[in-house]
Design a protein around this ligand. Structure first.
Ligand code: GLA
Length: 384
């Protein structure tokens, strides 16, 4: 059933006019776990994501129904909005409502998603951004508004949900541009669109299908370890953030774990900048090698991969049709990306699936997604 019909049936409004909105998921091409260290990251918005149908209500409430979940979320402007486990996915929407200045009310919102949940493609940031975009009363198509919206999403994660994540996910979901990656300096929030021409290769996203929740994972611990590394180096020489440190500065860190974490951050920052250079020259093979190196660093030094992601990435890298593969997003499960020759994708998927199933006991899923635009209004006053 299309989303307009689903909306009308669910809210029992057979002929109500609705507005449609879309927020993409994101994939990070390279620059992992450095957006909370002031580094440069290189994410892109996907063509898969969350679509919303929105109509008016006669009372003050905002009622949100997602096709993927049983419970509906009701936001009552008169209530005090607090985080509560019992609201589940609804906490992301409630958090946005709490932090947005002068939010709209009296809305029915029906959501339909083709983004896997909890799989490292930023389904939660996509939800934050679509709700934020819908309920903002001062929505504008300029950088100022977009930056403010992304920062509010980060605030929801940090202060409402309790994950100390960076700005990358929300920023790429709002600023996404068709066929372009976003080189984002997370220290200044300056950014540059860089064309991603993959020639006869495609970006294949491979979901480990291992579920994980960021707030329950070691994400916050990694952030803390990076802060420690920053303090140690900064006490010897003046730096603004860990990504400004050099490999030589690792000598200031005695603890082997903290040193490894810092090593990943410092080398990953270099890989991002090199990736941009080689992509601008059209050297996809070199870009692929940098993806491989990034995974190795995330596995050995940052230790956020795990057997599922390593199995997928190892078997991808073994395929002749693949010129590079790495985990993407926070890790600990979730998704990997691989650059695969277009006419060999079927074979590639078959081989990876087989090896993964033999080792892990269940199958991965594959998505071929294009790089697309950020959150936007699709159309209004749809009569069905
Ligand atoms: C998650 C966080 C991001 C970023 C990545 C790792 O997606 O939300 O801010 O830290 O992990 O690069």
């Amino acid at each position: 059933m299309n989303i307009v019909d689903s909306y009308r049936r669910y809210f029992d409004e057979p002929s109500q006019k609705v507005q449609l909105y879309f927020a993409p998921g994101r994939v990070n091409l390279i620059g992992e776990h450095i957006d909370y260290n002031g580094g440069n990251v290189f994410p892109a918005a996907l063509s898969i994501g969350i679509t919303a149908a929105v109509g008016k209500r006669n009372d003050d409430l905002i009622v949100i129904k997602s096709e993927s979940f049983e419970n509906e979320v009701v936001i009552d402007p008169k209530e005090k909005i607090e985080f509560d486990q019992k609201y589940g996915w609804g906490n992301y929407a409630r958090g946005m409502y709490k932090f947005i200045e002068n939010p709209k009310k009296s809305l029915n919102i029906y959501l339909k998603s083709n983004l896997p949940d909890g799989a490292g493609l930023s389904s939660s940031a996509s939800l934050e951004m679509i709700i934020g975009y819908i309920i903002s009363s001062e929505r504008k198509n300029n950088d100022d508004f977009k930056k403010r919206l992304s920062l509010l999403g980060k605030k929801v994660e940090n202060e409402f949900i309790g994950v100390q994540s960076g700005i990358m996910d929300q920023f790429s979901i709002v600023f996404g541009k068709k066929d372009h990656g976003i080189l984002l300096d997370t220290h200044s929030l300056n950014y540059e669109y860089v064309p991603v021409f993959l020639k006869n290769y495609k970006l294949v996203i491979i979901n480990t299908n291992k579920k994980r929740e960021l707030s329950g994972s070691s994400y916050n611990e990694r952030k803390y370890q990076c802060e420690k590394a920053f303090e140690l180096i900064n006490s010897k020489k003046d730096i603004n953030n860990l990504c400004e440190a050099s490999i030589d500065d690792l000598k200031y860190i005695k603890d082997p774990i903290i040193r490894k974490r810092a090593k990943h951050v410092i080398t990953e920052e270099k890989r991002v900048l090199e990736s941009i250079e080689v992509l601008k020259k059209g050297d996809l093979k070199k870009f692929g090698e940098l993806l491989n190196q990034s995974h190795k660093s995330l596995k050995e030094d940052f230790e956020v991969t795990g057997i599922e992601l390593d199995t997928i990435v190892n078997s991808s890298q073994k395929q002749e049709s693949c010129i590079g593969a790495r985990m993407t997003g926070a890790g600990f499960g979730g998704c990997a990306i691989a650059l695969v020759k277009e006419d060999e994708i079927e074979n590639f998927e078959r081989n990876i699936s087989k090896e993964y199933f033999e080792k892990i006991g269940y199958k991965p899923s594959f998505y071929i997604s294009n790089i697309n635009d950020g959150v936007k209004k699709l159309g209004g006053d749809i009569d069905g």
